[in-house]
Write a protein that binds this ligand. Structure first.
Ligand SMILES: [Zn+2]
Length: 464
C-alpha cells in the first residue's frame, strides 16, 4: 500500500531512499519486511540517445515510441528489508527492422532483473557467507545467487594475474571426495591457486604455464615424489624443502601407533581412559596442563611403552626446535635415531624411511626455513569453508578462497573465507595444526560410525 504521507513527502524522502542517478522514487510502500518503490526515470538526452536498435544498426533517431511496460527490479536490501523497484519502461519500434525493444537504462541488469548495485552487493556477501543466507536477505532464490556468483567467478578469473612466487608451496587436500592441489605463495602468504586435481599432469601443466619460472627459489611440499619430479623439471633453480609439519607430525603418528597397540592388552575401563586422553599425546610437553601431565604420569606407571613413545616423539620434535643449521640437525637426528628404544622402534620406522629417502629435502629446512604453514592453514580454511556451505562446487570454493581478500573490503582473507569465526591468523594456524591432528584421529577411530551416518566427523571443541 502506498501511503499518502509517503507520497507527499515523496520529493525528498524518495530521492533519499533510491539514491540512484536518473531514477526518482514516485512512491514507496513499506511492509514488515519489504520496500516497494515506484520509480520514475528521467534520462538526459546524451544517455537516452546512446543506444539504438539492439537487432540492427539503426540509431536512436530511427525509432518511434511504442507504448510502455511495467518492469520490476530487485534492489539491494534497505535496513534489512527486501527492495523492489518498479518502473514504467518505454518501448520503441525500430524503423529499420520493425522490431520492438525496451529503452536503455543505466544501473539495471536485464538478465537478472536486478539493479547493478544489487548484483555487486550479492557478490560481496556471497564470497564470505553461505549462498542461502544471502538469498534470504536479498529476497531471491539460492539459484540466483549461485548464478550471479558464477558470473563473478568468470569475470574475476579473466582479470586475475598471479605473480610467480619466490617460495612456492604445493600441498593437497581432500575436497568433495577428491584430492585437490593447493598452491601458495609461502613467503608473501598468499593463495596462488587451487587446482581441481593433484595429478602429475594437471599440476605440471599449471606450473609450466607460470611466468618467470626462474623466480622460484624454494618449493615446499610433503613427501610425494611426483611433486618433487615436477619441481626439478619446471623450477631448475629451486631448492625443494619438505614441509616441516609433514615430517614432525610423523612423530605423532608413531605415538598413536603405540597407543593403539597398548590398548589391546587393556580392560574396557582402561581402554576408555586411554581413548579419552589420546589427544594430549600429540601435544608438546610444554603445552600440557598440570592435570594432563598428571594423567600422563599415571599412564606411564602401567604403559611404559607409551611413555617411551611420547618421550621419543618429543625428542624428535626437539631436533626442529634446537638445531642451528642442517649439519647440527643431522647430527641430532642421527643421535635420535640411534637411541630409539627397541620395543617401540617399529612405530618410528616410517620416519627413518622418510629421512633416508628425503634426506636432502628434509634438512634443507635448516638452511632456508620455509614451511608450508601457510598452505596448511589455507587447507584448514578451505575445509571449514566447505563445511559451512555444504554442496558448493569446486569452482565456488576456489573463488571464495582466492577472491575474498581482493575485494578491498575491511575483511581479511582469513575472516572472509570462514565467516566471522576466525580473526587471528597465528591463532588460526595453531588451532589448525591441533584440529588437524584431532580430525585425523577422529576419522580413524570412528570411520564406521560416520559411514553409517553418512557425514563428516565432527571436530573437537577446538573447532576453528
Ligand atoms: Zn532495428
Amino acid at each position: 500500500m502506498v501511503s499518502g504521507a509517503a507520497t507527499q513527502r515523496g520529493a525528498l524522502t524518495s530521492m533519499d531512499i533510491l539514491n540512484l542517478p536518473y531514477f526518482r522514487a514516485g512512491g514507496v510502500a513499506e511492509t514488515k519486511d519489504s520496500f516497494s518503490i515506484k520509480a520514475v526515470v528521467a534520462l538526459p538526452n546524451e544517455i537516452a540517445q546512446v543506444s539504438g536498435c539492439p537487432f540492427c544498426s539503426s540509431t536512436a533517431e530511427e525509432r518511434v515510441r511504442f507504448g510502455s511496460k511495467a518492469q520490476s527490479f530487485v534492489d539491494a536490501p534497505i535496513r534489512g528489508k527486501h527492495v523492489t523497484v518498479t518502473i514504467d519502461r518505454q518501448r520503441y519500434r525500430c524503423k529499420g527492422c520493425s522490431r520492438t525493444y525496451s529503452q536503455y537504462l543505466p544501473h539495471l541488469n536485464d538478465k537478472r532483473s536486478m539493479t547493478e548495485r544489487c548484483i555487486e552487493y550479492i557478490c560481496g556477501q556471497a564470497i564470505r557467507r553461505p549462498f542461502s543466507q544471502v538469498a534470504e536477505e536479498v529476497g531471491v532464490s539460492e539459484g540466483t545467487v549461485r548464478g550471479i556468483f558464477g558470473d563473478y567467478i568468470v569475470k574475476m578469473d579473466s582479470e586475475r594475474s598471479v605473480e610467480t612466487p619466490e617460495w612456492l608451496g604445493i600441498d593437497e587436500l581432500k575436497l568433495a571426495n577428491h584430492l585437490r592441489c593447493v598452491l601458495s605463495n609461502v613467503k608473501d602468504r598468499k593463495a596462488v591457486d587451487l587446482l581441481p586435481t593433484r595429478d602429475h599432469r594437471t599440476v605440471g601443466s599449471y606450473l609450466s604455464r607460470m611466468a618467470d619460472r626462474d623466480r622460484v627459489q624454494v618449493v615446499t611440499m610433503d613427501m610425494w615424489k611426483p611433486y618433487k619430479d615436477l619441481a626439478a623439471n619446471i623450477f631448475p633453480n629451486a631448492q625443494v624443502i619438505v614441509d616441516k609439519f609433514h615430517i614432525v607430525r610423523m612423530g605423532n603418528f608413531a605415538v598413536d601407533q603405540v597407543r593403539k597397540d597398548c590398548r589391546t592388552g587393556l580392560t574396557g575401563k582402561d581402554r576408555r581412559k586411554l581413548m579419552h586422553g589420546r589427544f594430549q599425546l600429540f601435544r608438546r610437553a610444554n603445552e600440557l596442563t598440570d592435570r594432563e601431565r598428571l594423567t600422563m604420569e599415571l599412564w606411564s606407571a602401567f604403559l611404559p611403552d607409551l611413555r617411551a613413545a611420547y618421550e621419543c616423539k618429543e625428542s624428535f620434535y626437539r631436533i626442529w626446535d634446537d638445531s642451528r643449521d642442517s649439519v647440527d640437525a643431522y647430527t641430532l637426528y642421527a643421535e635420535w635415531e640411534a637411541n630409539i628404544p627397541d620395543q617401540i622402534e617399529y612405530a618410528f620406522r616410517p620416519i627413518k624411511t622418510a629421512v633416508s629417502n628425503w634426506h636432502k629435502e628434509i634438512f634443507a629446512y635448516f638452511t632456508i626455513p620455509a614451511t608450508n604453514a601457510y598452505t596448511e592453514c589455507l587447507n584448514g580454511i578451505i575445509r571449514v569453508s566447505n563445511r559451512l556451505g555444504r554442496g558448493y562446487s569446486f569452482d565456488v570454493i576456489r573463488a571464495k578462497v582466492l577472491y575474498a581478500g581482493e575485494r578491498g573490503d575491511d575483511v581479511s582473507f582469513f575472516e572472509a573465507a570462514v565467516g566471522d569465526q576466525v580473526t587471528n591468523p597465528q591463532e588460526l594456524h595453531k588451532s589448525y595444526v591441533w584440529t588437524q591432528e584431532v580430525t585425523r584421529f577422529m576419522e580413524s577411530t570412528s570411520k564406521a560410525q560416520n559411514r553409517k551416518q553418512g557425514r563428516q566427523p565432527k571436530n573437537s571443541n577446538h573447532q576453528l
